[in-house]
Design a protein around this ligand. Structure first.
Ligand SMILES: [Zn+2]
Ligand SMILES: [Zn+2]
Length: 427
């Protein structure tokens, strides 16, 4: 019986995969998504179908389920009565999705519920051009360092997006070595399976997992979280410590030293472990918006590698343009909401990143002076976040750092009216 179901799901999965690939390219448009989400398949507190349903119902266009060291592929039964799955949760699933959508069994006197697989979730929720469910994993490793007072654990977590199969955790010789080894594993996976796979380093500040210098050494891809929605992953260790944004700027400044390397791009994500109930809903705090011609994983990843996306905690952008003349950010106006755009940048011959321009004009246009190495923009509003990660949080957005086009040493693509390609993703 079960085998029949799984075979049916497998052939249906092929149909879903084909459907998802069949999306006809159109003019590039913005797609909103969260790349970091947990479910009952690892340490999340919510059933996977509730999680996916929440994001789809809240107008996300794509979602990556990134359970720890696990993809949602096999037959897995979860005990009803566990802290994370009480009978009332099962009732809620039945009332949301129908009795037939919830599969239960008795296992030696204990009721169990089968977890929905990624394929089943894709079949139920994915729609071409409307909602995409991308396979992923949070590759979750730990580097244990001996200290005078005992041990310090460095949680080195890297999300891999659009995987074919699970990548196992591994060890390394240092936190930075481990981070880079995981990214290398992901790139080998991409090459073996001939598919676009993107990795991003998660919450580097948590438990002093990595330093700005470690982040600067990132090789093989260019993404890390500059904002993580979990309250246990603040963007600043404490008080006056450098923030994760300071690290971002410091790492990119280091990467401009010879030999210059591609600038690092910032991701914002929920890292949601709970999407409903008390004490806190962790979904909807932070996301990315990617500009690509179609809603499929390869297109989204290609756009992200060009920096054609932004991270947000509530701000929508109309447009981002980087040309030989200017770096322009056009914010979507909202009634009663004020915003300012700050352009941060590194000037030639300097080692400190500065605010090069700040203002409330819309669109915000930063005209290149000619002495910049790179510039990025940040939008800050006066609107309090509805579900804040930290006290007094207001809605913000971050665009990616771009080198001044005339100074580009890459030469492979000339910047035009669209985003220039800076560096390459081949490092
Ligand atoms: Zn993590
Ligand atoms: Zn996580």
């Amino acid at each position: 019986m079960k085998r029949t179901v799984l075979i049916a799901v497998t052939s249906a999965a092929l149909a879903v995969a084909a459907r998802q690939d069949e999306v006809a390219p159109t003019e590039p448009q913005w797609w909103k998504g969260n790349t970091h989400t947990h479910t009952l398949w690892s340490d999340g507190l919510s059933a996977p179908e509730l999680v996916v349903d929440w994001y789809r119902a809240h107008d996300y266009d794509f979602l990556v389920l990134s359970d720890h060291n696990h993809m949602q592929t096999e037959e897995r039964w979860f005990t009803v009565g566990d802290d994370r799955l009480q009978p009332e949760h099962v009732d809620e699933l039945k009332s949301n999705f129908g009795d037939r959508a919830v599969e239960l069994r008795d296992w030696n006197g204990h009721p169990q519920m089968r977890l929905q697989t990624l394929t089943e979730l894709q079949l139920r929720f994915a729609r071409p051009g409307e909602f995409l469910l991308i396979p992923g994993e949070e590759i979750t490793c730990n580097y244990r360092r001996k200290t005078e007072s005992g041990f310090h654990d460095h949680p080195i977590h890297v999300n891999a997006i659009n995987l074919a199969t699970t990548i196992p955790p591994r060890g390394g010789d240092s936190p930075a070595d481990l981070m880079n080894a995981i990214v290398r594993d992901v790139n080998e996976h991409a090459s073996t399976h001939q598919r676009s796979v993107l990795s991003h380093v998660n919450h580097p500040i948590e438990n002093a997992a990595l330093s700005a210098q470690d982040i600067a050494s990132l090789t093989g891809d260019r993404f890390f979280e500059i904002h993580n929605g979990l309250r246990s992953c603040p963007s600043q260790a404490e008080g006056d410590d450098p923030s994760i944004e300071d690290w971002w700027d410091e790492a990119n400044t280091i990467r401009c030293e010879e030999p210059a390397r591609p600038l690092l791009y910032g991701i914002a994500s929920d890292d949601a472990h709970r999407i409903d109930g008390e004490p806190e809903v962790q979904a909807g705090r932070a996301w990315i918006v990617v500009r690509s011609p179609s809603l499929d994983a390869a297109s989204l990843i290609e756009a992200m590698r060009k920096g054609d996306y932004y991270a947000s905690t509530g701000v929508d952008l109309e447009d981002i343009q980087v040309t030989r003349e200017a770096y322009t950010v056009d914010v979507q106006e909202r009634e009663g909401v004020k915003h300012r755009v700050k352009f941060f940048g590194l000037r030639q011959g300097e080692t400190e990143v500065q605010i090069l321009m700040e203002g409330a004009r819309d669109p915000a246009v930063y005209t290149w002076r000619g002495d910049e190495v790179w510039v990025r923009a940040k939008v800050i509003t006066d609107r309090p976040h509805l579900n804040p990660q930290h006290a007094d949080e207001v809605e913000r957005a971050w665009t990616q750092p771009f080198r001044r086009p005339a100074a580009s040493t890459d030469g492979s693509e000339e910047p035009g009216s669209a985003m220039p390609v800076e560096g390459s993703d081949g490092d």
